[in-house]
Ligand binder design. Structure first.
Ligand SMILES: [Ca+2]
Ligand SMILES: [Ca+2]
Length: 256
């Protein structure tokens, strides 16, 4: 007889390891490391002890069908609660990346202007082609940003500088007509007047939901979509180029 834990355990002649007439299948060593001998064959040699037994449930305990259903139900409830939150967090991260990238570009544009006293220039040399859709490339070449503007929404994105000389405050803003400017205060009329150049971020092939979410962060819903797929107001404007195509989003950054 060998005393294991608080209960006596007897090794039978056959080599089986039993307690109270039942074979033990789970045995721990004294440091409580898991299984030392498990499903011991009747003719297996008994490893050297000392051993102690787990004294709660029987060694042959298995989950009942009710228990399994309960566990699966809990898992299903947790999944139903967490999965939408996970997708929402992923979506928010994509939209916030665009917002932060716009802020980075705007800061670099201000540094560029402070250094060269002109928006439409590259390292002090005036740009000859306007609108120019590679202004983030200009900023990168000047060492003012670490990478070009790449939005995690839409398919294509870039930074544009365009001449706005002659833009009129009496123009009704239409997101499908870039020369109509931006209605920053929401009265329907262009507010980019008395300036030479405008800097804007362009993102092409954006989903309706992404465009709305971006607008709601930068402009708020009050300066958002009034017609499905079209936003005429604020810094974020968008439209569908040919009816059902994904949106083109324009984001006002600065002008001078
Ligand atoms: Ca206005
Ligand atoms: Ca807007």
């Amino acid at each position: 007889m060998l005393r294991i834990g608080i209960e006596p355990v007897i090794f039978q002649d056959t080599g089986c390891y039993v307690r109270g007439g039942k074979r033990l299948q789970v045995v721990f060593d004294c440091s409580k490391r898991p299984l030392v001998i498990e499903r011991l064959a009747c003719n297996s040699p008994i490893p050297h002890g000392p051993y102690m037994t787990r004294n709660s449930r029987g060694p042959d305990h298995a989950f009942t069908l009710i228990e399994m259903i309960g566990v699966l139900a809990v898992i299903a409830v947790l999944a139903a609660l967490l999965i939408p939150k996970i997708f929402e967090s992923i979506n928010n991260a994509r939209i916030n990346q665009v917002v932060l990238s716009c802020q980075t570009i705007k800061t670099a544009v201000l540094e560029h202007y402070g250094k060269f006293q002109s928006l439409a220039s590259s390292n002090g040399v005036p740009l000859t082609t306007l609108p120019n859709d590679n202004f983030d490339g200009v900023l990168l070449a000047e060492g003012l940003i670490d990478q070009t503007f790449t939005a995690k929404i839409g398919v294509t994105s870039f930074i544009r500088v365009r001449s706005v000389t002659g833009f009129s405050a009496n123009t009704t803003v239409d997101p499908a007509v870039p020369s109509s400017g931006y209605d920053l205060d929401g009265d329907g009329m262009n507010d980019i007047v008395g300036a030479q150049y405008l800097i804007e971020a362009i993102i092409v092939q954006v989903s309706d939901a992404d465009a709305r979410d971006l607008n709601n962060i930068l402009d708020g819903p009050q300066l958002g979509e009034t017609t499905s797929g079209q936003d005429f107001k604020g810094r974020v404007t968008y439209h569908k180029p040919s009816g059902s195509n994904p949106l083109v989003v324009r984001i006002y950054l600065t002008h001078h």
